[in-house]
Design a protein around this ligand. Structure first.
Ligand code: B12
Ligand code: SF4
Length: 484
C-alpha cells in the first residue's frame, strides 16, 4: 500500500529552512517517522515523505498533496507542531475528501482527546507507531475497517529496522548540520533506547505514555552494527546519542564504550546523563571519556534544592556541583539544561539557579522556561491550579525567549535571569580549552576578541552599550550578586 508521511516541524524551523538554515530544528531527522517509514517498507509498503521544512508555504503543500490524492497520509506531531499538523490535515481533506489522515506522535498520545475533538483525523495511533501504522496500511489493502483510535503496539526494539535516513535527505540535512559547534561533519545521531525509568514531574508520565512502563535499551551489538552502517554510508566524524537518557545501566554503558573503542570509530560522541549517575559512577565516566565522549547533556534544572525536590528530579545541588567537577576533570564539556519559571519558584530561587550556572560555567548553557506539557504531572498541576496563560501557536516552545507560560510570573525578570546565567566568558568556537571551562583568562580574552573581531569603531561602541544595558538590567532585577 502507498502512504505519505508528513513532518510538520515548521513552528521553530520555519518554511524553507531545511538545508538552508544552520539550526538543528531546521535539519534534524524526525526519528519517529524515520522508524515508521523503515518498518512499513520492510513490510512491503511504499512510503514517501513530505517535510514541511522543505516547502515554501501552504500553497506548495497543497500542490504536493494534490499529486498524491486521494491517498493515505500519516502525520507526526510534538505538541509544539500540533497547529501545523492540524492545518496539514485540513488541507489534505480539502484537496480530496476521500484521503485518509492518520495522526501519531507525542501529542497524539498525550492529548488524544484534543486531537480527536478537531474532527480532522480519521485515525489516531497513540504510543509507538511502527507496527500499528503498517498494520493499518495492510488493513486498507484488505478493505478492512480499522478502529478510529488505536493503541500502538510496542515491538521488540531489537527487531526494528534502522531508521530510514534516505527518506529525509540525511546527507543534506542532519549530517551536514552538526548539533553543537564542536561537532565535526559528517554528523550523525542515533536512538539507542526508548523511555526513562525516572519520574521528573515536568516530563512524566507523558514519556511512559509513549514508550510504555519498561525502558527499552538496544543491545550493544545492535547499536554498534548501526554505527558501522552509518560509518560506511556517511563516514561520520561526530555522533549524538539522542536518547532521553543513555546512561541508565552502567554495565551496558561500559560494554558500549569498549566495543566503540574496539571498532575504532573516528568520532567523538555526546549523550545525556543525570548527575547522580555521574557522581556514583566516575569510573564509567572515565571509560566514556576514553572511548571518545566529548560532551554530556545534563538536566541540572535548578540551583535550588527545594525546586529540585518540587520537580521530583531526584538529584541534589551537591551532586550537580560534584558532577560538573567530574566532567571538568575528565575533559568532558557540559551542555547544561535548566529552567526558570517553575510553579512556586521564588525570585531568590531563580537567582540561585543563575549563580549555580555561573559557578559551573558550562560550555553550553541552555536555559528554558518551564513549560507545562500535556500528560505530565506538572502539566496537570498547572491546569488544576488554573495557572495556564492563553496559548499561542508557539506556546510549547520552551526557549527562554519564548512567550510566558503561567499566570503570576514575571517573565521579564526570568528573561533577564536567563540572559545573566549565560553571560560569562566562554569559548564556543569548539576549541578545546580544557574540559567544559578552560582557563578563565584565556576564555575571557577569546570571548572579548570574538565579540569585537571585525567590528568598526561604531560596532565596538554598540557592543559596549549592549554590555552596559545588560548590567543595568541585572542590577534592576537584583541579579548583580552573580555578576563576576
Ligand atoms: C531527541 C529529541 C529532540 C531532538 C530531535 C528529535 C529527532 N531527531 O527526532 C531535538 C533536539 C531537535 C528536539 C527538539 C524539540 N523537542 Co524534543 N525530544 C527528543 C527526545 C529526547 C527523543 C525523540 C526521539 O527521537 N524519540 C524516539 C522516537 C522513535 O520516538 P517518537 O519520536 O516519539 O516516535 C514514536 C511515536 O511517537 C510514534 N509516532 C511518531 N510520529 C508518528 C506519526 C504517525 C503517523 C504514527 C502512526 C506514529 C508516530 O511512533 C514513533 C515510533 O515508535 C524526546 C523524548 C523522547 N524520548 O521521545 C524529546 C521530546 C519529544 N521533545 C520535546 C520537546 C518539547 C521539544 C521542543 C519543542 C523543545 C523546544 N525547543 O521547545 C523541540 C521541538 C522541535 C521541533 N518540532 O521543531 C518533548 C515533547 C513534548 C510534547 N508534548 O510535545 C519531548 C517528549 C521531551 C520532553 N519530555 O519534554 N527534540
Ligand atoms: S527529565 Fe530526563 S531523567 Fe527525568 S524522567 Fe524525563 S527523561 Fe527521565
Amino acid at each position: 500500500m502507498k502512504a505519505t508521511l508528513i513532518f510538520p516541524g515548521i513552528t521553530l524551523g520555519g518554511w524553507g529552512s531545511f538545508g538552508s538554515s544552520a539550526s538543528s530544528e531546521a535539519n534534524f531527522m524526525p526519528f519517529g517517522l524515520a522508524y515508521i517509514s523503515a518498518y512499513a517498507r520492510k513490510e512491503g509498503h511504499e512510503i514517501d515523505v513530505i517535510d514541511l521544512r522543505k516547502l515554501s508555504g501552504w500553497d506548495e503543500f497543497h500542490a504536493e498533496v494534490k499529486k498524491r490524492s486521494p491517498g493515505i497520509f500519516g502525520i507526526s506531531s510534538m505538541s509544539m507542531d500540533f497547529a501545523a499538523a492540524a492545518e496539514a490535515a485540513r488541507l489534505i481533506k480539502e484537496a480530496d475528501a476521500f484521503s485518509v489522515v492518520v495522526l501519531g506522535g507525542v501529542h497524539a498520545t498525550v492529548a488524544t482527546g484534543e486531537a480527536d475533538k478537531t474532527g480532522l483525523f480519521d485515525h489516531i495511533i497513540t504510543g509507538e507507531g511502527e507496527i500499528s501504522f503498517s498494520r493499518l496500511l495492510s488493513d486498507f489493502e484488505k478493505s478492512a475497517v480499522p478502529e478510529r483510535i488505536i493503541r500502538g503496539i510496542s515491538g521488540d526494539i531489537k527487531e526494528l529496522p534502522y531508521p530510514d535516513r534516505g527518506a529525509f535527505d540525511y546527507e543534506n540535512g542532519e549530517a551536514a548540520h552538526p548539533w553543537l559547534p564542536f561537532m565535526e561533519r559528517s554528523f550523525v545521531s542515533i536512538i539507542a533506547g526508548r523511555g526513562c525509568p525516572f519520574n521528573c514531574a515536568f516530563c512524566q508520565p507523558a514519556e511512559r505514555m509513549v514508550f510504555g512502563d519498561r525502558t527499552k535499551i538496544r543491545p550493544v551489538a545492535d547499536i554498534i552494527a548501526e554505527l558501522r552502517f552509518l560509518r560506511e554510508r556517511y563516514n561520520f566524524k561526530s555522533l549524538l546519542i539522542h536518547d532521553d537518557l543513555f546512561t541508565i545501566d552502567r554495565r551496558q554503558v561500559i560494554e558500549f564504550c569498549r566495543a566503540y573503542r574496539e571498532e575504532k570509530f573516528p568520532a567523538s560522541f555526546t549523550c545525556q546523563a543525570r548527575t547522580d549517575f555521574i557522581v556514583k559512577n566516575e569510573d564509567v565516566v572515565a571509560e566514556m571519556a576514553l572511548a571518545g565522549l566529548k560532551c554530556f547533556m545534563i538536566g541540572f534544572e535548578s540551583g535550588s534544592q527545594r525546586v529540585l525536590d518540587f520537580l521530583k528530579k531526584g538529584t541534589t545541588v551537591e551532586q550537580n556541583l560534584a558532577a560538573a567537577k567530574i566532567c571538568d576533570k575528565h575533559g568532558i564539556k557540559i551542555f547544561a539544561n535548566y529552567m526558570f519559571g517553575v510553579p512556586t519558584e521564588t525570585d531568590d530561587e531563580v537567582r540561585q539557579t543563575v549563580n549555580f550556572i555561573r559557578r559551573i560555567r558550562p560550555f553550553q548553557p541552555s536555559p528554558c522556561f518551564f513549560t507545562p506539557y500535556p500528560g505530565t504531572e506538572l502539566g496537570d498541576y498547572c491546569i488544576k491550579n488554573d495557572l495556564l496563560l492563553e496559548k499561542s501557536e508557539t506556546y510549547y516552545n520552551r526557549s527562554a525567549n519564548a512567550q510566558g507560560k503561567l499566570k503570576g510570573i514575571n517573565y521579564a525578570f526570568l528573561k533577564a535571569a536567563a540572559e545573566c546565567s549565560v553571560d560569562y566568558p566562554r569559548d564556543n568556537s569548539g576549541a578545546d580549552g580544557g574540559g567544559a571551562q578552560g582557563e578563565v583568562a584565556v576564555r575571557l580574552i577569546r570571548t572579548v576578541k570574538s565579540k569585537l573581531e571585525g567590528k568598526s569603531f561604531v560596532g565596538v561602541l554598540k557592543a559596549a552599550a549592549g554590555f552596559l544595558r545588560r548590567k543595568l538590567i541585572y542590577f534592576r532585577y537584583g541579579l548583580g550578586g552573580s555578576i563576576k
